[in-house]
Design a protein around this ligand. Structure first.
Ligand code: NAP
Length: 286
């Protein structure tokens, strides 16, 4: 049976280190790092994600600022708010909760976040730097995945990693991080033929599709490292991943569960990036 790697436990350890660091800042009279979270509209999932992020900030003593805007907000008004937060010296990181309501452009909005505060790593500057192998803020879920692989004692160097999903939030950046770590990377998506033949070759499988239990044991190479990013709600209200955990756990070497796997690591990496932004600072000019 595989080793089950809980992101919730790894998160606890990393958050404790961050809490101690912030306590040190506070004891030395420094201001606390602050994450601004911008929520547009009233999508219940987004509201719950935003609450989770604020709770996580509070748990380590980090300040947070919530900006709520109506779903009918004009693109210009949203852009202006993001510009204003970018110039606010009390704000270190800015997270725009996605997806935005219909009619608003995510790309047009994100372009107003200065790269120094782009703790989600989604501005063209940070995304480009990731692909150029330059220092940058990396998107939080992919960073969390790399930490989970480390916890599995899995060095991607020389391994074949298969990433299923090519979104800008998960699949594309994690494929690049794996390549930067010297894995040989195959990216699969909805047009991929013979998906099973691809994933069967994976020493490392990253499942980031959003289809409940898509991957059973017939998709998995023996002793693979399996990271299940998918979050799917079943009819009975329970959450499950893209990987059929019960059927895969006896084939692979290590696996992350859903829930308590990748999800908590995503928020932890957001906190980590915000502290990094605080420490690097911003030169606002005169
Ligand atoms: P997304 O933007 O919808 O992308 C899904 C990807 O899966 C696309 O690239 C799509 O291909 C591909 N795909 C769809 N059906 C497929 C199939 N049958 N075979 C192979 N590939 C297929 O989703 P996302 O934002 O990347 O998120 C993916 C999943 O991860 C979702 O369940 C989401 O809730 C979850 N997630 C979890 C966290 C976390 O922190 N735990 C964070 C982010 C996302 P095309 O490009 O061809 O359409």
């Amino acid at each position: 049976m595989a080793t089950i790697i809980y992101g919730s436990e790894l998160s606890k350890e990393i958050r404790e280190e961050m809490r101690l660091k912030l306590q040190f800042f506070r004891n030395n009279g420094m201001r606390m790092p602050c994450l601004a979270v911008v929520l547009v509209g009233d999508n219940p999932a987004s509201i719950s994600y935003v609450k989770g992020k604020q709770k996580a900030c509070a748990s380590i003593g980090m300040d947070s600022l919530e900006v709520v805007m109506d779903a009918s907000v004009k693109q210009d008004t949203l852009n202006e708010k993001l510009k204003e937060l970018s110039m606010n010296p009390h704000v270190d990181g800015i997270l725009l909760q996605l997806p935005l309501p219909n009619g608003l452009s995510e790309d047009a909005a994100i372009a107003n976040i200065i790269p120094e505060k782009d703790v989600d790593g989604l501005t063209p500057s940070n995304f480009g730097r990731l692909f150029l192998g330059q220092p940058c803020f990396t998107p939080c879920t992919p960073s969390g995945i790399m930490e989970l692989l480390k916890r599995m004692n899995c060095d991607p160097n020389g391994k074949h990693a298969v990433v299923v999903g090519r979104s800008k939030l998960v699949g594309t950046p994690v494929a690049r991080l794996l390549q930067n770590a010297n894995a040989t990377v195959t990216i699969c998506h909805s047009h991929t033929k013979n998906l099973r033949d691809m994933t069967k070759q994976a020493d490392i499988l990253i499942a980031a599709v959003g289809k409940a239990n898509l991957f059973d044991e017939t998709y998995i190479k023996k002793d693979a490292y399996v990271i299940d990013v998918g979050v799917n709600r079943l009819e009975n209200g329970n959450l499950c991943g893209d990987v059929d955990f019960e059927r895969v756990k006896d084939v692979c070497k290590a696996i992350t569960p859903v829930p308590k796997g990748v999800g908590p690591m995503t928020i932890t990496m957001l906190l980590k990036n915000t502290i990094m932004a605080y420490e690097r600072g911003v030169n606002y000019g005169e």
